[in-house]
Write a protein that binds this ligand. Structure first.
Ligand code: CDP
Length: 231
């Protein structure tokens, strides 16, 4: 069967990665969480004191880029691939609120994006890939056969992320989670390089009122149509 490229972009905590993973599993495609790559670079910068609440040494980060090695590895066929930063599994660590607070400034750096986009494009060379992020349909795979743009209200997204963080055992306040989502929306949509924007040919899905099942079946139908060349 013909393999296609599926790009899923959208605001933070819109459930992109959930639907992308479901879709990849169903279709037997590779799922790539591009946000995990920006988060892993952020963790590297935090660990080396390159970024903190007080300062951000962008030049030092740019100079360090050749020493940042990112890989995805699957622990088992049905699990999500984990991201490895210089050989260490950091899948869990990159999800905390502190990384979320620094990731958007890191993602504005052109040289960071050049490095990560090149790696992402390599992973998609053979198609059969579902990738989620902010610039997948606009920059990474502008020719993707299916582009989805996901949205939901900021309050709904913050509720979802708050619950996720609590479930992981993090001690966080709702107002800080909401603020982080609003701050990231702002930085991600206004940055100069590859801002978050809906590609002209993307299909927008607002899932504020949708459950996971409805959302999956909506996207799956779109994917099946594209694979069959119906639309
Ligand atoms: O999961 P969540 O929606 O919170 O975000 P993510 O997909 O893990 O991405 C974290 C951050 O990385 C975003 O807020 C962007 O600043 C950046 N990012 C990006 O610039 N480009 C991408 N393709 C993916 C993420």
């Amino acid at each position: 069967m013909k393999k296609i490229t599926i790009a899923i972009d959208g605001y933070s905590s819109t459930g992109k990665s959930t639907v992308a993973k479901q879709l990849a599993d169903y279709l037997g495609y590779v799922y790539v969480d591009s946000g995990a790559m920006y988060r892993a670079v952020t963790l590297y910068a935090m660990q080396r004191g390159i970024i903190s609440k007080e300062h951000f040494d962008a030049q030092k980060l740019i100079a360090s880029l050749p020493s940042i090695d990112l890989r995805f590895e699957k622990k088992s066929a049905w699990n999500k691939a984990h991201i490895y930063l210089n050989g260490k599994d950091v899948e869990n660590e990159i999800r905390n609120l502190e990384v979320s607070e620094f990731v958007s400034p890191i993602a504005t750096i052109h040289e960071v994006r050049v490095k990560l986009v090149a790696q992402q494009q390599k992973m998609g060379l053979e198609k059969g890939v579902v990738m989620d992020g902010r610039d997948i349909g606009t920059v990474v795979f502008p020719k993707a056969e299916l582009k989805i743009f996901m949205n939901a209200s900021a309050n709904e997204r913050a509720q979802r992320r708050y619950k996720e963080l609590l479930d992981r055992g993090e001690v966080v306040e709702f107002k800080n989670v909401l603020k982080n989502i609003e701050d990231r929306d702002h930085i991600d949509t206004t940055r100069e390089d590859s801002p978050l924007v809906k590609a002209a040919d993307a299909i927008e899905i607002d899932n504020s009122e949708m459950n996971l099942d409805d959302q999956f079946h909506t996207v799956l139908q779109l994917a099946k149509d594209r694979i069959a060349g119906r639309v």
